[in-house]
Design a protein around this ligand. Structure first.
Ligand SMILES: [Zn+2]
Length: 405
């Protein structure tokens, strides 16, 4: 239901946006203050996007390198030789794995979708981030934004002086650029969640590159910064896709716990089920699971239900965990962007109350944090176990698709 409803919404939204291109709009949506006075989720004209949109793939459509985009082509050409060619695309962009042939027993490609593999088998790739190193700490983040109705949620986070990692879909960034800007202004960490939110392992390597590359470009266009991390939609990543992300300087962020908030109303999943998943995560704090390592739970900025659920559980999460911090902060990744004029506080700075990024256009208080901390948690995995294992006819991996967006 979630995916279908998104796909139905996407073209309508795209048409609305396009229909406004070139139309003078009296309302002032160029400042946060002006934007806040206008009803949410009304498409608007924003010159920096509308004048550049022809340099991007059509929004909500699987990305490909544009024919006239020499910069993107040059970047792809510069990394293509480092991308494995013996790991083939898997299934369809909508997640169908009918007729997929794969050795699910040995999982040679470290395909997360099969066994939640996070330790690459291809030499030279860093491990995925599925936990955070700080004990009793939640690496706090939300997928699928920016959502045009997120102001109440972001207001809540602001009221708590709470920052998070926001995994943004490139097409949403183009649709809602001012909402994306708010994340940076509020001191959240922005990460990449692909251009069209499809299953990444289904794409050719060049198209998977385009999904990541154009999202990085969109976030740069709108916010001025270029992320250095990403999260695969549905968790659908293998060593081929990891190699592409790694070549683009993107750290792969995954999760170990799933709130299943996006599934509310899907296949009989009820709000009680989602509550139980939140509670399960909280119970793991109590039972000591996070006494030596912190946790990451998948949650969403997808709709008003998922955001209200986040608000509802915030006090309990905060009571259970000693610290709740953006994932980059938990990793002491003080420089989350390519641009060096923005930095995150170190973990110790953040938990001491210095929660703002430096360089933010709208940082509310002082306490800028200088960069310089080293990144932990991304140790290089070697020992490539990439031997040619006998192929097993899996005959369709239907149940494996029951993962998150
Ligand atoms: Zn998603």
């Amino acid at each position: 239901m979630h995916i279908q409803s998104l796909f139905i919404d996407f073209p309508a939204r795209a048409l609305l946006l396009l229909s406004l291109v070139g139309v003078a709009v009296a309302q002032d949506r160029t400042t946060e203050q002006g934007e806040a006075q206008i009803s949410e989720c009304t498409p608007y004209y924003y010159a920096p996007v509308s004048t550049q949109i022809h340099n991007f793939p059509p929004i909500w459509t699987p990305a490909t390198i544009l024919a006239n985009d020499t910069a993107a082509q040059a970047k792809w050409n510069s990394i293509a030789a480092s991308i494995p060619t013996n790991i083939l695309p898997k299934g369809q962009p909508n997640g169908s794995t009918i007729n997929v042939t794969y050795d699910t027993v040995n999982d040679p490609d470290c395909w997360w979708t099969v066994h939640q593999c996070t330790t690459p088998k291809l030499a030279g790739l860093p491990m995925d981030i599925a936990s955070v190193p700080e004990p009793k700490t939640m690496g706090y983040g939300f997928d699928d934004g920016p959502n045009c109705s997120h102001n109440a949620f972001y207001d809540f986070l602001e009221s708590q002086n709470q920052k998070a990692t926001m995994f943004y879909i490139g097409s949403n960034v183009m649709d809602w650029p001012l909402e994306a800007q708010r994340a940076l202004a509020d001191g959240h960490e922005i990460s990449v969640h692909t251009w069209s939110h499809r299953y990444m392992t289904s794409f050719s390597s060049e198209d998977a590159f385009a999904e990541l590359y154009y999202t990085m470009q969109a976030i740069k266009l709108v916010t001025g910064v270029t992320p250095t991390s990403w999260r695969p939609p549905f968790g659908d990543v293998d060593d081929r896709i990891r190699a592409i992300a790694n070549a683009l300087g993107l750290q792969t962020i995954i999760w170990k716990y799933d709130s299943n908030d996006w599934k509310n109303g899907v296949n009989g999943i009820t709000p009680q089920d989602v509550d139980a998943d939140y509670q399960y995560f909280i119970d793991n704090v109590t039972s000591g699971t996070f006494n030596t390592v912190g946790g990451i739970m998948l949650t969403h900025e997808l709709n008003n239900y998922t955001m209200s659920e986040a608000i509802k559980y915030y006090p309990q999460l905060q009571a259970a965990f000693t610290h709740m911090v953006p994932i980059g902060v938990a990793l002491n990744k003080t420089q989350p962007y390519v641009e060096t004029n923005y930095s995150l506080p170190t973990f110790s700075q953040y938990v001491a109350g210095q929660t703002n990024v430096s360089g933010g256009s709208n940082s509310s208080s002082g306490g800028s944090s200088s960069g310089g901390g080293s990144t932990s948690g991304g140790s290089t995995q070697s020992g490539g176990k990439n031997s040619a294992l006998p192929a097993v006819i899996a005959g369709g991996l239907g149940p494996l698709l029951d993962h998150e967006p």
